[in-house]
Design a protein around this ligand. Structure first.
Ligand code: TYM
Length: 334
């Protein structure tokens, strides 16, 4: 809470091409609920360098991501859309919170274990303390709600644990954040291996739908999606490929899984896959058109970046100064 306003914070990494998972699991929900909150949507570039990045590529991707936030329907006049690296409070609060987080807690994080296994030659301290930086992002703005996909729930839990620990010592400093997940789409799976989540970093391009995929590519990828030989469209764990397609169709159209099952009762997989592909194309097309338009307007995007960084800085400082005072840092003399 800031004053009497409920706050929403969320962010994404610019480490690859955004997938349909990122859109249906997060970005779409941001747009759906943004109006109810004072919002902060960050391009979390500090998080990105926990894995080696090509600097020019990172910079380009960060701008693309920021532009995509707007293309997806977030109005930057109302929603604070900014680069995490432009607001120093994130790193400063993360340092303080590091001193209130235990190694044992961080050791349990499944994302750390996965990423450490994937980048065995670069298991840096930043990768380990990544969830603390995420906690700082959220707590810095006193966020009440954090819309994320399922894979981020463990990071939300540790954020709450850190906040609780800090509040127990220093009084009510931080708002307790709650995760928000949509009815469908919280975990979109790979189209090639429905046991794995759809991921920006998947090496097989057929496994993911990218937000910038053209209609033909989208349809082709859905046609090739791995299913099963059951020949029935049912929403159940025994048919993970079909279940995933139902989730995608459901999140793209707003229909419930039950309604989708009824709609395709007795129909073949080929017809169903086509329908899912078309539903996704009609979600992506307007976003792509708007993105192309926005990308041409350099001055506009630059203005958004500048103004919103100032706004984020203003709100973040309120919390940071309070925290610094609580832990006993001397006040500034003016
Ligand atoms: P990131 O960049 O990996 O993903 C961005 C958002 O997309 C969701 N997501 C998915 N949802 C459904 N199905 C999928 N297959 C799928 N893949 C990704 C993620 O859950 C996420 O909501 N650590 C975060 C970024 C972050 C953040 C934060 C988020 C940094 N600070 C503070 C919220 C609040 C991350 O790497 O997300």
């Amino acid at each position: 809470m800031i004053g009497d306003q409920k706050v929403l914070f969320s962010g994404m990494q610019a480490t690859g091409n955004l997938t349909l998972g990122n859109y249906l699991g997060a970005l779409k929900n941001w747009v759906d609920i943004a109006d109810e909150y004072l919002t902060f949507f960050s391009v979390v570039d500090l998080h990105s360098i926990t894995v080696r990045q090509d600097p020019a590529e990172l910079k380009k991707r960060a701008r693309t991501l920021l532009t995509l936030y707007i293309a997806a329907g977030l109005d930057p006049e109302k929603n604070c859309i900014y680069y995490q690296s432009h607001v120093s409070g994130h790193a400063e609060l993360a340092w303080i919170l590091n001193c209130f987080t235990y190694m044992g807690e961080l050791n349990r994080m499944t994302q750390f274990k996965d990423k450490a296994a994937k980048h065995a030659d670069n298991i840096n301290a930043g990768l380990f303390t990544y969830p603390v930086l995420m906690a700082a992002d959220i707590l810095l703005y006193q966020a009440d709600v954090v819309p994320v996909g399922k894979d981020q729930l463990q990071h939300l839990e540790i954020t709450r644990d850190i906040a609780q620990r800090f509040n127990a010592i220093y009084g009510d400093v931080f708002t307790m954040p709650e995760p928000y997940m949509g009815k469908a789409g919280a975990k979109i799976m790979s189209l090639q291996d429905p046991a794995k989540k759809m991921s920006k970093s998947d090496e097989n391009p057929n496994a993911s739908i990218y937000l910038m995929d053209d209609p033909d590519t989208v349809i082709r990828k859905f046609k090739r999606a791995v299913t099963d030989s059951e020949a029935q469209i049912l929403y159940r764990d025994e048919q993970p490929g079909i279940k995933n397609l139902i989730d995608i169709y459901s999140a793209s159209t707003g229909k419930t899984p039950d309604e989708v099952v009824k709609e395709f009762d007795g129909k073949g997989y080929g017809e169903f896959k086509m329908a899912v592909g078309e539903a996704v194309v009609s979600v992506l097309k307007p976003l792509q058109d708007r993105f192309a338009e926005l990308s041409k307007d350099k001055a506009y995007i630059d203005g958004v970046i500048k103004n919103n960084a100032e706004k984020a800085e203003y709100y973040s400082m309120k919390t940071l100064r309070k925290v610094q005072k609580k832990v006993g840092f001397p006040e500034r003399i003016r």
